[in-house]
Design a protein around this ligand. Structure first.
Ligand code: AMP
Length: 467
């Protein structure tokens, strides 16, 4: 059931540029800066009167060689980095997906999860559509074409209005580029400018990478159309209060990105500060688990007055451990990735900050590693509330059975991971760290922590939450 609801277009990063002669190269650099959002596949599609694609499995650097760019000339391009959970790592799933019919081409790149994709897929198949991949994105492409009125704002908004969930899309045709965000803006998507060229990206770090200036966020429920005539905006849904994914701040986004006009590093430091105030630790030093917890560890150290130390080293040449499919490989991945600094931690009482606990694999290993290196005590402090509910909006949050906090008390978790104590940031503390100005930041989605899902079950399409 869960596999049915969770599509295969998870996490991921999207990028698009219109009106630049080096569009493919700039897309490559943009994707490179968003590599942390997905390491399983990458692709670029350029438009030069016709659509040309280059994509493959692996890191951006593995997929693109210098020579590839000579075949990717064109003034507009979109790109995607893929983090696969369902659907496996087959090459056919690597985005952008490209479609051609009635002499019109269309390429789509998607970050998020269409919750009613399975229902729509069976409807489409019942009407004779033949879908080539298990991807949500292909479902959207069919919905756009089904109206038989060509590719334009109307056919796109009409298709988008049939889907529910969390999504940020970039669509490229020979004539135009489109960007769309779900009605409550769960996923991030921003617009920037590079000279006269327009750029869209999941994260603002991609703008900095290519020297583009941030213009604004795509608004919830907005379809943006970019062409040689400039930029136009249509609203396809009544805009609800924004519910930006809290995990973008906690873990997913790069610290130099601004999400919903809030710098990620700054918000993580505040999470650390709140955590120190809520759950102090009797410790000699604070250490953060590289990389995603460094910012909150600095915040914790500053607020508690304890020294911040580098007690763990990260080997930068191993991919993110979470991405490995089996638990065994995941554990092996953690071992390969992190090493304790014995000379620093030996004999010391440590406040170890991590951004989150999902299954408990990472924390368990780190506590074990620190103790083996001679740490006297390890007090685990988590800079987010406990994660007890699966995410249906595009984040790989596993099933309830696998979420350690959904199944065990905090004392039991502490015992299971071998810690001397464990504490999580409160929901109020997290909200305080993210929502600085309600008029700009509005609300955040904390469904994985609270079980309060902002996009409810869609009875029309028969989608029911399993929790
Ligand atoms: P686990 O080992 O299963 O408890 O996973 C926790 C670790 O995974 C944390 O240290 C985070 O840095 C990282 N993490 C948190 N959320 C995600 C996610 N959605 N995808 C990949 N990694 C994550």
């Amino acid at each position: 059931m869960l596999a049915e609801m969770k599509g295969i277009n998870e996490e991921c990063g999207v990028f698009g540029i219109w009106g630049h002669e080096k569009s493919a190269e700039l897309t490559y650099y943009g994707l490179h800066s968003m590599q942390h959002r997905g390491q399983e596949g990458a692709g670029v599609v350029v438009s030069d009167g016709e659509l040309k694609a280059h994509k493959g499995l692996g890191l951006v650097n593995d997929v693109f060689k210098q020579a590839d760019f000579s075949k990717l000339s064109g003034d507009a391009a979109i790109g995607h980095v893929r983090y696969a959970t369902q659907g496996g790592s087959a090459e056919e799933n690597v985005q952008p997906l490209v479609f051609r019919s009635q002499n019109e081409g269309m390429a789509l790149a998607h970050n998020g999860n269409i919750m009613n994709a399975e229902t729509l897929r069976s409807e489409l198949e019942g009407q004779g559509s033949i879908l080539q991949t298990p991807s949500d994105t292909e479902v959207l492409a069919h919905l756009i074409k089904r109206r038989g009125m060509g590719l334009n704002e109307t056919s796109i908004t009409d298709a988008i209005n049939q889907i529910t969930g969390a999504y940020a899309f970039v669509i490229l045709t020979e004539e135009k580029m489109y960007a769309a965000l779900d009605p409550i803006g769960i996923r991030p998507l921003s617009i920037g400018k590079l000279g006269d060229a327009y750029v869209v990206a999941s994260e603002t770090c991609a703008f900095d990478q290519i020297g583009a200036a941030f213009e604004r966020e795509v608004l919830p429920g907005e379809l943006v159309t970019i062409s040689d005539e400039g930029i136009a905006s249509t609203r396809f849904a009544m805009r609800g209060q924004r519910k930006m994914c809290a995990m973008e701040y906690v873990y997913l986004s790069r610290p130099d990105s601004d999400v919903n006009e809030m710098n990620v590093h700054a918000s993580r430091k505040l999470m650390g500060k709140e955590l120190a105030e809520e759950s102090p630790a009797d410790a000699d030093m604070v250490i953060g688990v590289p990389d995603s917890s460094i910012s909150s560890a600095i915040g914790y150290a500053e607020a508690s007055g304890l020294p911040y130390e580098m007690g763990i080293i990260k080997n930068r040449y191993v991919g993110r451990t979470f991405i490995k499919p089996s638990q065994e490989l995941r554990e092996q991945g953690v071992k390969l990735k992190l090493a304790p600094v014995r000379g620093i931690v030996e004999g010391k009482r440590i406040a170890m900050i991590d951004d989150s606990i999902i299954r408990g694999t990472t924390s368990k290993w780190i506590v074990h590693m620190l103790k083996q290196a001679g740490a006297a005590e390890v007090h685990v402090r988590i800079a987010s509330p406990s994660i007890q509910h699966p995410c249906y909006y595009g984040i790989d949050m596993s099933t309830r059975d696998e979420l350690i906090a959904a199944n065990y008390t905090i004392d039991k978790i502490s015992e299971m991971i071998g810690a001397d104590s464990v504490a999580y940031l409160s929901e109020a503390g997290l909200e305080k760290a993210i929502v600085k100005d309600k008029t700009i930041h509005q609300g955040i989605c904390m469904a994985c922590m609270t079980g309060n899902y902002p996009v409810k079950k869609n009875s029309e399409h028969g989608v029911v939450f399993r929790s």
